[in-house]
Ligand binder design. Structure first.
Ligand code: ADP
Ligand code: DP6
Ligand code: CO
Length: 331
């Protein structure tokens, strides 16, 4: 295959049982299995063009040509497909993030799921979704889960071929997330660096892995029984335990900002008052609040005394990757 175009949309996902640490950095094999909810509010659209005439790969993000370093990251990812499927063409990647980049809102998840989907389409590879998730994984661990919609498990597996995502439930229930954007700027410590430092230096790390495994079993049960309260409690606990491993790393670090703590306190207060909501946070200061869709407007109203309208984004559940027609691209 020397020519071809593919366009794909992938939504971000937010882990309810977090992935934080790799046992194999080259292959992106995680220390523990994780579980997420795909969101419809945030996504990446990516177009891939195979072009024999190009001298080197080109990578445009949000219409801007990216640095040699960022382009190399993309080229290395594309090489996984080129090697396996004997593709020689250089590739032009054009991607639009409908999510802030590198701000702890999971842009790397939608990014590599969309890129994997777009190359699958462009080179007519017909890779099935489960296997495609193993490719997405090699770009960013969290991207493994963005291949699918709803509640998704990333089974850590034993090797590169069986560390993949499986869809658990479409989550078409009364559930959603309100995202409080505390800061949308790029973080200083990437997820990759943060988790590496934690694995290498936190004395709490082994306890994190052990308790995540237990939490995952409980979470899967809570999903089967549609037990919203249990899902929320486990999600909040997983996130806060993950953040505790960062405070205990050497040198210590945190993604919390003063406003993150304000949101955490508000969520816990509101819950006491009977509005059931639970928080989760990733490698960034922004807080995601799991709530019932039917409570979302109320929750937004409660928070609007402290946060502005444009800081609060409401999201329902997102679907898995899908290809885009030429007309849908850049809409
Ligand atoms: P986030 O919290 O946004 O996932 P990460 O540190 O995990 O932050 O990943 C951010 C990195 O993901 C960016 O620096 C860039 O390398 C990559 N990335 C983000 N968006 C895209 C995209 N649309 N296409 C390709 N790579 C992307
Ligand atoms: C805190 O998937 O962004 O969001 O695999 O190194 O690219 P790399 O990291 P990334 O890490 C995500 C960490 C997290 C938790 C999660 O999404 O499970
Ligand atoms: Co990421």
């Amino acid at each position: 295959m020397t020519q071809g175009t593919g366009r794909c949309r992938a939504h971000t996902n937010i882990a309810l049982i977090k992935y934080w640490g790799k046992q194999d950095e080259q292959l992106f094999l995680p220390m523990n299995s994780s579980l997420s909810l795909t969101l419809n509010a945030f996504y990446t659209d990516t177009k891939v063009t195979l072009d024999q005439a190009l001298k080197q790969d080109v990578f445009l993000l949000n219409h801007q040509k990216q640095s040699a370093e960022q382009t190399l990251k993309i080229s290395n990812f594309l090489d996984l497909f080129r090697h396996k499927y004997s593709i020689s063409a250089k590739i032009c990647v054009e991607s639009i993030n409908h999510v802030p980049t590198a701000a702890g809102l999971a842009s790397s998840a939608s990014a590599f799921a969309a890129l994997a989907g777009a190359i699958n389409e462009a080179a007519r590879l017909n890779i099935g979704l489960q296997e495609l998730s193993t490719f997405a994984r090699r770009g960013s661990g969290s991207a493994t889960r963005s291949i699918f919609g709803g509640f998704v498990e990333w089974q850590k597996g034993t090797c590169s071929t069986d560390s993949f995502a499986i869809p658990l439930d479409d989550a078409a229930w009364d559930i959603g997330m309100l995202i409080v954007v505390v800061n949308h700027r790029e973080k200083i410590i990437s997820s990759r660096q943060g988790m590496k430092r934690t694995v290498e230096t936190s004395p709490f790390y082994p306890a994190w892995v052990k308790s995540s495994e237990k939490d995952l079993v409980e979470m899967k049960k809570a999903i089967v029984t549609k037990d919203f309260s249990k899902i929320g409690e486990l999600a909040e606990s997983s996130a806060l335990k993950m953040h505790a491993t960062m405070l205990s790393a050497q040198p210590p670090f945190t993604y919390f900002e003063p406003d993150s703590i304000r949101v955490i306190q508000r969520v816990q207060e509101l819950r006491k008052k009977g509005l059931e909501c639970y928080l989760t946070m990733d490698a960034g200061p922004n807080v995601k609040i799991l709530c019932r869709l039917t409570d979302m407007d109320k929750l937004k109203q409660e928070l609007s005394t402290e946060f502005s309208q444009d800081q609060m984004i409401l999201s329902g559940v997102g679907s898995g990757i899908h290809s885009l027609s030429e007309n849908e691209w850049l809409l």
